[in-house]
Write a protein that binds this ligand. Structure first.
Ligand SMILES: NC(=O)c1ccc[n+]([C@@H]2O[C@H](COP(=O)([O-])OP(=O)(O)OC[C@H]3O[C@@H](n4cnc5c(N)ncnc54)[C@H](O)[C@@H]3O)[C@@H](O)[C@H]2O)c1
Length: 342
């Protein structure tokens, strides 16, 4: 088995808790080196994974011959580090978002092409088990044509790390928006056409937004309604998909999608009245609809193994799980959200 000599840049939450563990677990990766400005984190990586530590990416690339560089540093450093990696002849697996701006993301994509290197982005929500389950429900056609997908993440956090600062590429549009907008575009399977967005800073201690309200209409006509709200004292329903004949709601407590729909062949006829007196003074109700209810437990599905997908892409030449064109579309939408919010 071909082993990819790999370095991980940034040993923070996602670098340490996800990338390092997953790369070390997969036979196809040799975690040769790590980068972090904090010496205690480099030492921790040496002690636990036997990976040599460097204080910055320049020292890493000057000293090591690598196949792959994984970038999990704060977002503002992604472009500079990716460009240096491409110049040094390495492929790049970058954490989301690619960069704080579309222009920087485009520079990264152009540099990958120019140097003939591969670039893909870690977008875990595409491979989450609830996404896989929803795609199965949509494939079965139970809901009819989907027209609205609502995604919400709501809690109350007085944000106090670098993600609280605009200057560091923080803010919840870049942070969680890069997850949920990408996830909805992926499920809808169509590029964004009309984009409206409001950004507010409510509970955060920094200057970057912690409330994001975005409404995106895809070219295929699906409305993507995104609430990322870090100033909400109560939860919101995390995910709902509405179709012409039914809807699906993610029940996180029960770890299942709950689906309510009808079959067109079971629908009794309904008369349309054009007169200007509502028959029988009745308010509109539709009690005759023969609703069916089904539950789709997430336990029946498997999420995507990202490092396995990475291995297939970087080592075996298979198509990427997250095509760079999709990451570019996400960056375009994030930029349009920022522009619309003003
Ligand atoms: N895909 C996901 O699920 C997910 C989850 C969390 C974060 N992220 C992304 O990963 C990146 C890192 O976020 P985090 O939450 O892990 O941050 P973090 O604050 O937990 O960790 C950042 C780490 O990078 C180090 N660092 C700082 N400056 C550096 C530099 N110039 N070069 C190399 N390392 C440097 C810090 O010392 C720290 O160890 C961000 O782009 C973020 O958006 C993605």
């Amino acid at each position: 088995m071909k082993r990819l000599r790999t370095a991980i840049i940034g040993l923070g939450r996602v670098g340490w808790q996800f990338h390092l563990q997953e790369a070390a677990r997969h036979q196809g990766f040799e975690v040769a080196a790590v980068v972090d400005p904090l010496p205690e984190r480099r030492e921790e990586a040496r002690a636990k994974f036997g990976a040599w530590g460097y204080p910055d990416h320049r020292a890493l690339l000057a000293a090591e011959a690598l196949d792959l560089v994984v970038i999990a540093s704060p977002t503002q450093f992604h472009a500079e580090q990716a460009l240096a990696a491409f110049e040094a002849g390495c492929d790049v697996f970058c954490d989301k978002p690619l960069a704080p701006s579309l222009a920087e993301a485009d520079r990264m994509i152009a540099a990958a092409q120019q140097h003939g290197r591969k670039l893909t982005v870690y977008q875990p929500h595409r491979g989450r088990v609830e996404t896989v389950a929803l795609q199965d429900i949509l494939r079965r056609g139970l809901l009819g044509a989907p027209y609205l997908m609502k995604r919400a993440e709501a809690r109350y956090v007085r944000r106090n790390d670098w993600q609280a600062f605009r200057a560091h590429g923080g803010g919840m549009l870049n942070n969680y928006g890069a997850h949920y907008i990408d996830q909805l575009l992926y499920v809808a399977g169509s590029p964004a056409k009309r984009i409206r967005c409001v950004l507010r800073t409510i509970a955060s201690l920094g200057d970057a937004e912690d409330v994001v309200k975005a409404l995106i209409e895809t070219e295929s006509g699906v409305m993507l309604d995104v609430d990322i709200n870090m100033a909400a004292a109560q939860e919101m329903s995390p995910w709902q998909v509405l179709g012409a004949r039914g809807s699906a709601t993610l029940d996180l407590g029960a770890r299942a999608w709950r689906v309510r729909y009808y079959l067109p062949e079971e629908l009794p006829p309904q008369e349309l009245h054009e007169g200007l007196a509502a028959p029988g003074r009745e308010y509109p109700r539709d009690p005759a609809i023969p609703w069916r209810e089904e539950t789709f437990p997430l336990a029946n599905y498997a999420g995507v193994d990202f490092y396995e997908e990475c291995y297939r892409f970087f080592a075996l030449g298979e198509p990427p799980f997250v095509p760079i064109e999709a990451s570019r579309e996400l960056m375009r939408v994030l930029e349009a959200c920022r522009a619309d919010a003003g």
